[in-house]
Design a protein around this ligand. Structure first.
Ligand code: ZN
Length: 406
């Protein structure tokens, strides 16, 4: 997904989340995956076939729902001579999120990467795995921290840093008790160190070789031990070939894994986790300086966007807020509001239930405003420390200004 704008990736992700929450009461939700090279006429032929088979469904209500879902897809397909460049996926059927009334839904998704398969499925939920896979980070980096006492092995994949193994050694400290036994002590220490390195190297090689998408390995630790370890070939040669860099870290435990990734930032520039850290660091620097270029909060950011004054808009992907247009059938009120949840919205005038005329994700609302003033949009995952700060301390919406505003 490297070449996809963060806002588009986010919208795609959010759409999948919404579809995942939909359940049918019976087997009546249709997912239809059409790859770019598929003939539309072949798809229509199969749908006719499915249609006649579905006429045999025993339950009257389910039969009716499935047939009208298939009809809906067939009538939409009439507008296509060929599939779009990446193909498309239909999600159609009578379904609901929990707590909502079932209704006929119909979504056509043109995904950011080519649809890999042709598939028709009718089930009680939408089939989303092939699209979800598009969002997964495919590259994995191995992380290895070592000194004479500890060894931590982990992985970096997307924004996730995870520990896979933690080992401790029995190598005694460098200095013996002195006297005649000193040489013997040193020899024993070196034997113990060798055994330790063999054990650590074997474990790391094993874990790293299990990953068939291992892109590279980062090695860290305090002092010169890590280099001695590498120079003496304790790692499997297939892993040694993948070492991207060797970095000094203060720690060799789980905390050291984060330190290692931070220190390797320059060598991993294209990774999301690094890009996001860079954006947040820039923002935090602006917060600390008194130049007045850091802004946050819905209203302040909105005002600055309307003035075209925002250089970089920073949004948390943990935001779950919607801008809705409502109308009240009882008193005739209509207006807009921003809410966390679109269930049970009451009229601000008369407290009756309202009709939601339009619903827009707040993140989409802000990134659309940003597009109008060629503001850069950065979406920050909540999975990192920086992302957590953005959400908790700044409400998930922040920005860096082009110039100071009053
Ligand atoms: Zn009202």
């Amino acid at each position: 997904m490297e070449n996809i704008l963060p806002a588009d990736k986010y919208k795609f992700k959010r759409k999948l989340e919404e579809l995942k929450a939909v359940k049918g009461q019976h087997t009546e939700l249709i997912s239809l995956y059409i790859p770019p090279n598929k003939q539309i006429s072949d798809v229509v032929a199969q749908l006719r076939d499915e249609y006649s088979q579905s006429s045999n469904i025993k339950s009257k209500q389910t039969r009716k729902n499935v047939l009208s879902a298939i009809e809906s897809i067939m009538s939409q397909l009439r507008y296509y001579k060929t599939p779009p460049p990446h193909g498309m996926v239909f999600f159609v059927g009578e379904g609901a999120k929990s707590g909502e009334q079932p209704k006929m839904m119909s979504e056509v998704i043109e995904p950011p990467m080519p649809v890999p398969i042709y598939l028709y499925r009718c089930d009680s939920q939408f089939y989303l795995e092939p699209l979800e896979e598009m969002l997964e980070e495919k590259d994995v980096y191995g992380l290895l921290l070592i000194d004479r006492r500890e060894c931590t092995i982990g992985f970096l994949s997307g924004r996730k840093i995870e520990m896979a193994a933690y080992l401790t050694s029995r190598v005694p400290g460098k200095h013996g008790r002195g006297g005649q036994s000193q040489r013997r002590f040193e020899r024993l220490t070196e034997i113990a160190a060798h055994e330790w390195f063999v054990k650590a190297g074997k474990k790391a090689s094993e874990l790293f070789l299990e990953k068939d998408n291992l892109k590279g390995v980062l090695v860290g630790g305090p002092g010169p031990t890590k280099r001695a370890f590498l120079n003496q070939n304790y790692l499997d040669y297939r892993i040694a070939d993948k070492i991207i860099g060797i970095y000094d870290t203060g720690y060799t435990d789980e905390y050291g894994l984060k330190e290692l990734v931070n220190n390797a930032a320059n060598d991993l520039e294209e990774l999301d986790i690094i890009k996001e850290k860079r954006v947040m660091n820039r923002f935090m620097e602006e917060v600390r300086s008194d130049k007045g270029l850091a802004i946050y909060g819905e209203n302040e950011v909105k005002r600055a966007l309307e003035m075209g004054a925002v250089d970089t808009l920073i949004l948390s992907d943990a935001l779950r807020r919607y801008k809705i247009k409502i109308s009240c059938p009882s008193c005739g009120y209509s207006g807009e509001m921003v809410v966390d949840d679109t269930e049970n919205i009451k009229c601000p005038e008369c407290s009756s239930s309202v009709i939601i005329e339009d619903k827009k994700d707040i993140l989409e609302e802000y990134s659309d405003m940003a597009d109008q003033s060629s503001t850069k949009v950065e979406i920050i995952s909540k999975d990192t420390e920086e992302g957590n700060i953005l959400m908790k301390a700044f409400g998930g919406i922040a920005g860096i200004l082009r110039y100071r505003i009053e």
